[in-house]
Design a protein around this ligand. Structure first.
Ligand code: AMP
Length: 369
């Protein structure tokens, strides 16, 4: 990650990928133009690296010139484009290829077309290394496109953020700075995760995702996912990782604008923890902490049998299934304590006491993050 002025940027497109795209552009353009001598027009400042690398790859004689326009102020494309250096040579009858670093709204392109309108060129072609289809608002044809990118601000390889970043040999994408609090609420079955999550989600305005609840919802509605999960859940075994991970990803995507999440019952395996880290990374975020409610086995069994009288959950009704769930927890899931400890994100909290007392213990941890 890098910081330019007040903003953070993460690696997005490598120097190698850029090189490959430019190589392809050079050959596509050469195939179309043949051995006529084209004039490549770079649009300053952003395109200086594109032009430099591109013309080195162009396999036959060509001319190179520049125009200078300015369209960016900060991170927004502005309507107002100034022409700072215009054309300095006669282009009448020539094949001109404009080399752009990036085309987003197309405002600069509109200005380029205005500039060439009276030049009586033979052909005017537009080539761009990067193109943001989601931002493009004009209908000028783009003849050659290197890499299509999403509508996020990028820097590097000639592109700047308020003057900085042009010298970077690769391209970086802006990191959304919104801070999320993402908690993994951890503990054996019956530790009180669900109860506490209900309080914490209100207090901290977080989305609570209980994988067990989502599975039960699917079972109730007899979905394919529910039918698949049921066979495992009835025995107190874990549902296979890929099924669970796909489901969790979908639940997080449903709440793309959340302040953060409480993950309850997930992750339960190292593979799930890795998947969760990757998912958070795509949100420019991370898990803030794993908070574990610690409760002894015999208390858990007593609590779950008690809950089974009213919850209607078949896996709460039978002591041997309960003991199997606790065993699964220690066998497979407790390794996650090491996973998060290694990142200094593990916090153990005594899960025995009144609900209020335990909420307070958990809040103390969250407030200290
Ligand atoms: P819970 O309500 O968290 O106790 O979960 C009930 C059951 O749902 C578990 O015993 C598993 O069969 C299944 N389950 C819930 N979360 C997961 C998960 N992260 N990975 C695999 N299975 C899960």
């Amino acid at each position: 990650m890098i910081k330019l002025h007040d903003k953070y940027f993460k690696p997005f497109i490598s120097a190698k990928e850029i090189d490959t795209a430019l190589e392809r552009l050079a050959h596509e353009i050469h195939n179309d133009i043949g051995y006529e001598i084209p004039v490549f027009v770079g649009v300053l400042n952003g395109s200086f690296m594109v032009v430099s690398d591109f013309v080195k790859k162009y396999p036959s004689p060509c001319e190179v010139t520049f125009i200078k326009l300015a369209s960016y102020e900060g991170v927004k494309s502005t309507e107002d484009i100034q022409r700072l250096i215009g054309l300095t040579q006669d282009l009448k009858g020539r094949t001109v290829v404009v080399l752009e670093d990036i085309i987003d709204t197309g405002n600069t392109l509109a200005e380029i077309h205005r500039i060439f309108k009276n030049e009586q060129v033979k052909a005017l072609k537009i080539a761009t290394l990067f193109y943001k289809p989601a931002a493009y608002k004009k209908d000028f044809k783009l003849h050659y496109v290197g890499i299509e990118i999403p509508n996020k601000f990028i820097v590097g390889f000639g592109l700047d953020y308020d003057g900085l970043g042009r010298n970077l040999p690769e391209v970086y994408q802006i990191k959304e700075t919104q801070h999320m609090t993402n908690l993994v609420l951890f503990g054996p079955p019956g530790a009180g995760k669900g109860t506490q999550a209900n309080f914490l989600k209100e207090k901290y305005n977080l989305i609570h995702i209980s994988t067990g609840d989502v599975f039960r919802f699917n079972i109730k509605n007899e979905t394919a996912l529910g039918m698949l999960a049921k066979s495992y859940m009835d025995k107190g075994e874990l549902v296979p990782d890929q099924v669970t991970i796909d489901m969790l990803n979908a639940e997080v995507e449903k709440n793309a604008d959340a302040n953060g999440f409480i993950f309850d019952g997930f992750p339960r395996t190292n593979a799930q923890a890795d998947a969760l880290d990757k998912l958070m990374d795509t949100k420019d975020s991370a898990i803030s902490a794993m908070i574990a409610l610690e409760v002894e086995d015999d208390i858990l069994v007593k609590r779950l049998l008690e809950r089974g009288k009213t919850s209607g959950r078949p896996d709460d009704a039978n002591e041997s299934v309960i003991r199997n769930r606790i065993k699964e927890y220690y066998k497979k899931t407790a390794v996650l304590k090491d996973y998060y400890s290694a990142q200094n994100k593990y916090f153990g909290v005594d899960g025995v006491g009144s609900i209020d007392e335990i909420t307070e213990r958990l809040s103390n941890v969250i407030d200290s993050l």
